[in-house]
Design a protein around this ligand. Structure first.
Ligand code: HEM
Length: 547
């Protein structure tokens, strides 16, 4: 029935029902009931405000009147990623249509072909958009993760100068190794005292210290401090609370009905104070001091580069804009790599053959890492890191908004304003993409000569062989649309090499000295809903010296 026919019918009904004497409140009640009925009939299985899309019926994920899929998503909030994987499997599809209050129509894709279309072929048509920007802006401001168009280009171009082989070499020789040594000292003390540690918390401290120092010259030294990591806990709170907003269309109101708005403000203030201190310090630096800090090669860090930036009219970035740079790069440089390492070591502890192979590899290396060693002699560890990123991508889902109408490669129509959701977590576990053993942790699938859809029994260079002196094949380059953990297309992660080298430094230094064992009795780690992929609970491990 068309909307106007429906409205006429309800108007007739209203006149009939309202005839005869009625009190004001009775009339209001009847009016509310009829309005509700009108909305139920107009939006029988989709969220209010969305257009009917009979062309998407075949790929629709159910839906309730007026609220569409909002309730189901809220109900599954704590297992949202797992529920995406299950639903794609259950419906046996790679494109799914949902409607959600506050977001409108959300088309979820789960395959490399559609991802390539969104992220590269028709990149200009899919932007982060207003909803994403306004939901995340309290924390991310207008930084690189939260911007489109010319603003995004400015961030990307300016930051890209930091990522070069020369810098990587300096980092391996300096910050990466120094902070890994500091981590080794903490682990050594835990091993001696026989006290368990939270490995996830330690990795977060390491990546924060390393990244804050090299990008903004900040000495946070969270690894060196016992007790709470104030910056880290405030930052974590803000990131998780921001993500919750995507699940709650009424967050602008509900946050003020609880302590959330207040807590969020406080958390952001703590994080901001670090950013503004770094900026203030840098603004008051003399040329001579800058020269000492940058060393003989005049190495400029991220803050130097962004402070030097000028637009066509000669305008420099304000303190607020520089603060946005700081926060965006901290989330990029701290959370992602630390979470990847945490999930990786969790899998290593569950797979003794994988652990043995890492030991065999790192035991052959010199004590201090170099660029050559990390890029050439750590193939097995690299494959293990990639496999962890496939199953546990630190940026597990993403949302884009269509600027104009479009058609996806399979023929699905997209209307301007529709959202496209893709989950790297779900794509990484999609059996149609990664084979029947997609859910299994099999580092060998990354080697040249092995197919990624490998089945355990058919593995070449199996981890389950006991060969003492393996020379592992080269690590395969995978399509970024299939392995999208570092994103794909023009917005591909700028820090991919940085993160890999940092992770390999850590693996080399800690696995050559320590063995980790999960503290028995703790729950299986599971992700907590967030913009990234933190473990819900501490990753408690007992540490033993290997030698
Ligand atoms: C294992 C570690 C990492 C993973 C899995 C990862 C993954 C990603 C993903 C999925 C995106 C796209 C995010 C989005 O558009 O919403 C991204 C963007 C980005 N990453 Fe990473 N990242 C990692 C580490 C790093 C590190 C260490 C840095 C910096 C040193 C970094 C810098 C960036 C930047 C600047 C962007 C924004 C790119 C753009 O929008 O043009 N990442 N990363």
């Amino acid at each position: 029935m068309s909307t106007s026919a429906l409205a006429t019918l309800l108007l007739v009904l209203k006149d009939r029902i309202l005839k005869g004497p009625k009190t004001k409140s009775q009339k209001a009640g009847i009016f509310a009931l009829l309005s509700f009925l009108f909305l139920v009939l107009k939006y029988p299985n989709r969220a209010i405000g969305t257009r009917a899309r009979p062309d998407l019926d075949g790929i629709a994920w159910g839906g309730m009147p007026i609220i569409g899929n909002t309730y189901t998503i809220l109900k599954n909030r704590n297992k949202f990623l797992q529920s995406i994987v299950e639903n794609f499997e259950k419906l046996d599809t790679d494109v799914m249509s949902t409607t959600v209050l506050g977001l409108g129509r959300v088309i979820a894709i789960n395959d490399p072909v559609n991802l390539e279309h969104i992220m590269k072929t028709n990149f200009e048509n899919y932007e982060k958009g207003y909803i994403l920007n306004s939901t995340m802006s309290q924390v991310l401001g207008n930084g690189i993760f939260n911007s489109d168009g010319s603003l995004w280009k400015m961030h990307r171009k300016t930051a890209s100068h930091v990522f070069s082989t020369k810098i990587y070499r300096a980092l391996i020789d300096g910050a990466f190794t120094d902070h890994s040594l500091q981590l080794c000292a903490v682990l050594d003390r835990a091993a001696q005292a026989g006290k368990p540690v939270d490995l996830q918390a330690l990795f977060l401290r390491l990546t924060l210290d390393a990244f804050a120092k090299l990008s903004f010259g900040l000495d946070i030294d969270s690894l060196g401090k016992e007790g709470q990591d104030t910056f880290g806990s405030s930052f974590d709170y803000a990131v998780v609370a921001t993500d919750e907003r995507f699940m709650n269309p009424f967050w602008r109101v509900t946050e003020h009905l609880t302590t959330k708005a207040f807590n969020m403000k406080k958390a952001v203030q703590v994080v901001d104070s670090y950013a503004y201190n770094a900026i203030k310090g840098r603004r008051s630096e003399t040329a001579a001091q800058a020269q000492v800090r940058q060393g003989p090669s005049g190495r400029e860090d991220l803050l130097d580069l962004f402070m030097k930036w000028r637009d066509d009219d000669g305008r420099a970035l304000s303190d607020v804009e520089l603060r946005d740079v700081f926060i965006n790069f901290i989330i990029a440089g701290r959370d992602t790599t630390a979470q990847a390492l945490s999930w990786m070591y969790y899998e290593v502890m569950r797979n003794p053959a994988v652990e043995r192979n890492i030991w065999q590899e790192v035991d052959k290396l010199d004590e201090r890492p170099t660029y050559e060693v990390l890029t050439k002699d750590m193939r097995y560890s690299n494959a293990v890191f990639l496999e962890a990123l496939r199953l546990y991508p630190p940026v597990p889902r993403n949302l884009k908004t269509a600027v104009a109408d479009d058609v996806l490669p399979g023929g699905i129509k997209v209307q301007a304003g529709d959202r496209i959701m893709f989950s790297t977590y779900a794509i990484g576990r999609n059996k149609k993409v990664w084979g029947p053993q997609a859910p299994e942790f099999l580092p060998e699938r990354w080697f040249e000569g092995n197919s990624p859809e490998i089945e355990k029994g058919t593995l070449k260079n199996s981890t389950h062989s006991n060969a003492e002196d393996h020379t592992w094949p080269k690590v395969r380059k995978e399509s970024t649309f299939k392995f999208s953990s570092f994103n794909a297309g023009p917005r591909i992660c700028l820090g991919q090499t940085f993160a890999t080298l940092e992770a390999l430094t850590v693996i080399m230094m800690i696995s050559s000295k320590f063995k980790f064992e999960l503290v028995p009795g703790q729950d299986e780690p599971e992700p907590v809903p967030s913009l990234t992929l933190p473990m819900k609970n501490p990753l408690l491990v007992n540490v033993h010296r290997r030698h």
